[in-house]
Design a protein around this ligand. Structure first.
Ligand SMILES: [Zn+2]
Length: 241
């Protein structure tokens, strides 16, 4: 979850990290486990609505920005981006003596309508939830993660208007980058032998959600720093012509 940035509307908060745009508070990522099913059914089961056309347009725009600035991302989020349009799946073999012989993984991320009531952090402007289930039959197991992501686009629009009014650079895609990292960091962990060994013994290790933002905050801050430097350079170039 990504909290609202300071933009003159809100006072300082504790537990904060800094970025080119100001300070934002740490927040807890959301986790809930539900029965895995098709994306449409999963949204309905979770009580989450379809994103509005405006939310979809924002998501597209922010994804374009992230893709265009991929070289500035300290941690790539390519797998989570892929999971927005298709089910990302892979298999791994389990060590001898483990509970399962093999595990098949399936991860997808659904863009859902913004609903602050689904998040623990009341001032959040984004959310990402892992919803994972393990099904086992004989020695085979399947882990299905049917995740969701949401963004408060009204707040993002307000923030952009304020940045424009003050002439500050605006890096709106940092909110999306933050949420995608909640997906990517666990996906990266899932590729490690340690994570896979535990899963082979029916333990889904969720420590790598980075709920405390130990990895996410520095990565987002670094990205914002690189982008604002670039935007400032572009502004200087434009002035000099
Ligand atoms: Zn977060």
């Amino acid at each position: 979850m990504h909290t609202r940035y300071h933009n003159g509307l809100r006072g300082p908060r504790s537990g904060a990290g800094t970025s080119g745009l100001g300070t934002y508070v740490v927040c807890a990522a959301v986790f809930c486990a539900l029965v895995a099913c098709s994306p449409g059914m999963a949204r309905a089961a979770a009580g989450l609505g379809e994103p509005t056309s405006e939310e979809i347009a924002w998501m597209r725009r922010l994804l374009v920005e992230i893709r265009a600035n991929h070289d500035k991302l300290p941690v790539s989020v390519v797998n989570t981006i892929n999971s927005l349009t298709k089910t990302v799946s892979w298999k791994f073999r389990c060590p001898r003596g483990a509970r399962f012989k093999e595990i098949e993984m399936q991860v997808s991320t659904n863009h859902v309508h913004w609903d602050l009531s689904r998040l623990r952090q009341r001032r959040a402007v984004g959310g990402y939830a892992w919803r994972m289930e393990l099904n086992a039959l004989a020695g085979q197991a399947k882990v299905v993660a049917d995740n969701w992501i949401m963004l408060d686009t009204e707040h993002l629009a307000l923030q952009e208007r304020m940045a424009k009014a003050t002439g500050e650079p605006s890096v709106s895609e940092q909110t999306l980058y933050h949420e995608l990292l909640h997906g990517e960091i666990l996906l990266l962990a899932m590729a490690t032998p340690e994570w896979q060994r535990k899963a082979c013994d029916k333990q889904l290790d969720l420590e790598h959600l980075d709920a405390q933002h130990h990895m996410i905050d520095p990565a987002v801050n670094k990205y914002v720093e690189r982008r604002t430097t670039e935007l400032a350079d572009v502004a200087v170039d434009a002035d000099s012509h």
